[in-house]
Write a protein that binds this ligand. Structure first.
Ligand code: AP5
Ligand code: MG
Length: 199
């Protein structure tokens, strides 16, 4: 099964991804994590990407798609994968559909994790104030731009996947377990739809 998580910063995509990849036994593909690895590698690409991510802006589509293709090509996604934080633009969504189509695959379900802005700010500020591993983009002054970038560039994906008939909207408020229960319900409902390939 190929699952896409769509949701603003702080919605809980990463938190829920960890549970869902265990449940579905598929790899977790987070472009945020992959790009942070690129930065840590200290390459020229990493030096380009670092300031963009620190500001809370989106990394250029073609660079992200290159990272995505490379990850998908590692050979462990035959049974599916969970895309966390990608696609983030319509251009990325179309390209990813094409990449999957070349493999005879498609996105089976796009889960929109919905959380009000005030709660997103509360969660991200909470993490931004932790001394051990603050991400530069979690600093309080960066959060408004990240939320705006989501509204302007990523939220249109909700309509995109709705039109493709794969969107499921999930309330992201509640405990981690409560939210995961809703996601499991949506996955199982999708699986039981007649004629759909499930893994
Ligand atoms: P990325 O790493 O994807 O970050 P993000 O989506 O902006 O934000 P988070 O990862 O913080 O949110 P999340 O939804 O995963 O929430 P989490 O589970 O961590 O991207 C970072 C940057 O990389 C982008 O800004 C961009 O520059 C670049 N990038 C990445 N992909 C890209 C792409 N495709 N194209 C272009 N650029 C790209 O939870 C957040 C907090 O809330 C945690 O503290 C958690 O403990 C807490 N929490 C989780 N669930 C709950 C709950 N139910 N109740 C209360 N608290 C909760
Ligand atoms: Mg995340």
């Amino acid at each position: 099964m190929r699952v896409v998580f769509v949701g603003p910063p702080g919605a809980g995509k990463g938190t829920q991804s960890k549970l869902l990849v265990d449940y579905l036994a598929i790899p977790h593909l987070s472009t945020g994590e992959l790009l942070r690895e690129v930065i840590r590698s200290g390459t020229a690409v990493g030096r380009t990407v670092g300031p963009i991510m620190a500001e809370g802006k989106l990394v250029p589509d073609e660079l992200v798609l290159g990272v995505f293709r490379e990850r998908l090509g590692r050979g462990d996604c035959g049974e599916g994968c969970l895309l966390d934080g990608v696609p983030r633009t319509i251009r990325q969504a179309e390209a990813i559909d094409e990449i999957f189509a070349e493999r005879g695959e498609a996105v089976d379900i796009a889960i929109e994790l919905s959380v009000p802005d005030a709660e997103l700010v509360r969660r991200l500020n909470g993490r931004g104030n932790e001394p051990e591993s603050p991400r530069p983009d979690d600093r309080p002054e960066k959060i408004p731009l990240r939320l705006k970038v989501y509204q302007d560039q990523t939220k249109p994906l909700v309509d995109y996947y709705q039109k493709h008939g794969v969107l499921r909207k999930i309330d992201g408020i509640g405990t981690t377990e409560e939210v995961f229960g809703r996601i499991q319900g949506a996955i199982e409902a999708m699986r039981s739809q007649a004629g759909r390939v499930t893994r």
